[in-house]
Structures are given as C-alpha cells and as structure tokens.
Ligand binder design. Structure first.
Ligand code: FE
Length: 218
C-alpha cells in the first residue's frame, strides 16, 4: 500500500468563518465540498483543535470564502498560522463584510462565498464533519479558485525565502544554528528544534501531525 496515493487527491482552500457572541474568527480549511444540489448542501471537515470548530459546534452557522489564485500569502498567515484563542484574526484587517447571517466573509483574494447552516454533524475522531445547507451565496471575483497544489507551488514561500520562517517560527532555527537538529513542517514551515520529533507531535501552527515534518538539519 502506498500512502502517497492520498497526495493525488485535489483540494481547494477556503477561509471558514464563524461568529459567537461578539467574537469573530476564521481558519483555513481544504475540506469543503458540495454533497448535494437539491438542496444545495456542503460538507466541511474541521479539526477539533481549531477554535472555529468550537464556535460552529455552538452556533451551527458558518461562512466559506473560496480562496482564489490572487490570494496573498498573508491571508494564509492571518487565518491559518495563528489561533483565534490567542489573537483577534481580524485585527488590522479590512477585507471583509458581514453576510445576512451575521457572519463575516472575506472580500479580497477569493472569488465567492457561501453562507451555511449546519443540519448534521459526524464525529470523525480528530475532526468533525459538518453537513450544512447553503442559505446564501455570491460570486465576488473572476480569478480561478486556488488548489492546494497551486498554493504550494506559487503562494507559499519556497525554502530559502523568509516569509514562512517569519510567520511560523520567527528567526529560522535552521539558519541560526546549523548544529541543531531541526524538523520542518512541510505544510506551513514551522520549525521544531530537537534530536527526535515526538511521534504524537502536532504542528502548533497548522495542526498537521508529525508525519508532515521533515528533518532538515542534523
Ligand atoms: Fe505546520
């Protein structure tokens, strides 16, 4: 069995937003799909470690902004590389509006948004699958929707560029001390310094498991 077969699946990327009380928040997901057309219904699997997950569990309402190829890396940093438990992800950010359901959606770097109301949840262990009816939707841009592959090839800073290190781990540990063993998250660029990466380690930035880390120095 070759687990790399899973890498042949294609994915889009989305900003998943929710609002609970006076708190607005959002995260990046790659797991939105339409599951039925009548009614218009979507499925979204969300990692339980994400603050947005808890907000949707409580409110049953969320929006999906469909990220396009025009998105800046900063959009992924803002919504994907930090936690809404620690920061206000909308602080200093003005590219959003409020939809009829009271939840924000993104107005730059995306081409459409969907508003959704949860009709069913399925506990998947690490994730919850939210099945939701689309209650409102609009096209807001003409750029092609981004794919996970396009993001890795064209938007995410390549090795040697500084943005990923700055966003995820401050000064690059690999460059600051070549003698240490460093494990780098292949998803977001976060660097863990240590001889061995614990098997159950989870990236504190993007929440991917130890299997998505590669040894870069040591
Ligand atoms: Fe990561």
């Amino acid at each position: 069995m070759d687990a790399k077969a899973m890498n042949c699946l294609t994915y889009g990327l989305f900003v998943l937003t929710a609002r609970r009380g006076e708190k607005d928040n959002g995260c990046i997901v790659n797991t939105v799909q339409q599951v039925t057309a009548q009614p218009n219904r979507i499925g979204v699997a969300v990692n339980k470690l994400n603050f947005t997950h808890d907000m949707i569990m409580d409110t049953g309402v969320f929006n999906v902004s469909i990220i396009s190829e025009s998105a800046e890396f900063s959009l992924f940093q803002r919504f994907g590389f930090q936690s809404g438990r620690d920061v206000d992800k909308f602080d200093g950010f003005s590219d959003w509006k409020v939809a009829d359901n009271g939840v924000r959606y993104i107005t730059a770097g995306d081409n459409a948004y969907l508003c959704a109301k949860v009709v069913q949840t399925l506990d998947l262990g690490t994730h919850t699958l939210f099945v939701a009816d689309v209650t409102e939707m609009e096209v807001i841009g003409q750029e092609p929707s981004v794919t996970y592959g396009y993001y890795h090839a064209h938007i995410k800073p390549q090795p040697g560029q500084s943005a990923a290190g700055e966003s995820a781990a401050g000064e690059s540990a690999a460059e600051s001390d070549g003698k240490k063993t460093v494990w780098r998250c292949k998803i977001c660029g976060y660097e863990y310094v240590g001889e061995e990466l614990p098997e159950d380690y989870i990236c504190p930035v993007c929440k991917h498991p130890a299997s998505d880390f590669e040894k870069v120095v040591g």
